[in-house]
Ligand binder design. Structure first.
Ligand code: TXA
Ligand code: MG
Length: 326
């Protein structure tokens, strides 16, 4: 065990110095909290795999703060990648491109590609700028658990296992970035996120997302993911439920204007349930992982999650829900 230093967002130079000297630092981004290390220092990167208990065949995303940093790690940037960069960076889009040989194998799990993202979050970008090197950052949680969207949740998983954490606010989006393979002429979505398939299609034309291809190209999708201790079950309608245990969690959607009324009705029907209704898909996305963790802290054994349509951000929500329910 080691002491994990808590760093305020106006003390980023300390966090940057940690990164420059091979230490691990968790920090907020607009998607989820990331666990950072110097991408060009294999020993520093190894600490991340150890802290998270992450399988070594799951490659990491390299975070950058400028296009100059992209040139340090990537080669043969395709026309397609340039288009995506122009349209969506900085932001919650990770682009898979051909790698340069100076990127350590441990970062890419031996692949000939590297996943790169320029976050839009001011703290994240300033930290990377001050560190003055590309920073790998997987989600800052124990491998297999829901990603952390608050610094408290990061510490619930990783306190004493990482060198420091930048304690910012809760993350805005709440689900991990969209991952797109841009090594060919057509974008292939490997993981859905807040940059939706529709947005990518409107920027680039055709989009592919095929599950067998996805498994081959994105090794991380093979592993257990996003799971709370409670058992997750997907349902169409929370009112139709006949829960095996009354002490359960329930999360779903409801129009803002009817939310209070529907919440009251649900609570009358299921008095021992912990209920969370969200007024939009955006809110559902940003609350989901924290709700999972809240239910675990309460020791609930089942969480019922309302399905959403497979459209826009709904694809990312359904992807996380389905994997949590496996
Ligand atoms: O929003 C995010 O992306 C967050 C924040 C911290 O930026 N990071 C994150 O990292 O979610 P992580 O490690 O939890 O997820 C990385 C995903 C995995 O599914 C991994 O398999 C995929 O990106 N990936 C990484 N490198 C890849 C590559 N070269 N080719 C294909 N997929 C890759
Ligand atoms: Mg992750």
């Amino acid at each position: 065990m080691q002491e994990t230093l808590r760093i305020a967002t106006d003390q980023l130079q300390i966090a940057a110095d940690f990164l420059r000297t091979g230490k691990t630092v968790a920090f907020p981004t607009e998607t989820v909290y990331g666990l950072g290390a110097d991408a060009l220092n294999a020993q520093a990167v190894e600490k991340i795999f150890l802290a998270k208990g992450r399988p070594s065949d799951n490659p990491l995303i390299v975070h950058i703060a400028s296009i100059a940093q992209l040139d340090e790690i990537a080669s043969d940037i395709s026309f397609l990648a340039k288009r995506l960069i122009e349209r969506f960076w900085p932001g919650p889009l990770t682009i898979v491109v051909r790698r340069k040989s100076q990127v350590p194998n441990i970062v890419t799990a031996g692949l000939d590609t590297v996943a790169v993202r320029m976050p839009e979050h001011a703290t994240a970008r300033e930290l990377i700028r001050l560190a003055n090197r590309p920073i790998v950052a997987p989600s800052a949680n124990c491998s297999g658990r829901p990603s952390a969207t608050t610094w408290e949740s990061v510490l619930a998983d990783l306190d004493g296992r990482i060198d420091a954490i930048v304690c910012g606010g809760p993350t805005r989006i709440g689900l991990e970035s969209t991952v797109v393979d841009a090594t060919g002429t057509e974008p292939i979505i490997l993981r859905h996120g807040a940059i939706t398939q529709e947005m990518i299609a409107s920027a680039c034309g055709e989009v592919a997302s095929g599950s067998s291809e996805l498994q081959v190209r994105s090794p991380g999708t093979r592993h257990r993911h996003y799971q709370p201790q409670a058992k997750v079950q997907l349902v169409e309608d929370l009112f139709e439920l006949n829960p095996s245990s009354q002490r359960c969690g329930m999360i779903g959607l409801s129009e803002a204007e009817h939310r209070d009324l529907i919440e009251t009705r649900l609570k009358n029907r299921f008095p021992q349930a912990t209920v969370r209704l969200c007024a939009s898909q955006e809110e559902y996305a940003s609350e989901l992982f924290e709700f999972f963790r809240h239910c675990d802290r309460l020791g609930l054994d089942r969480i019922y999650c309302q399905r959403v349509p497979h459209l826009g951000l709904g694809r990312a929500i359904m992807d996380r829900l389905q994997r949590a329910a496996e």
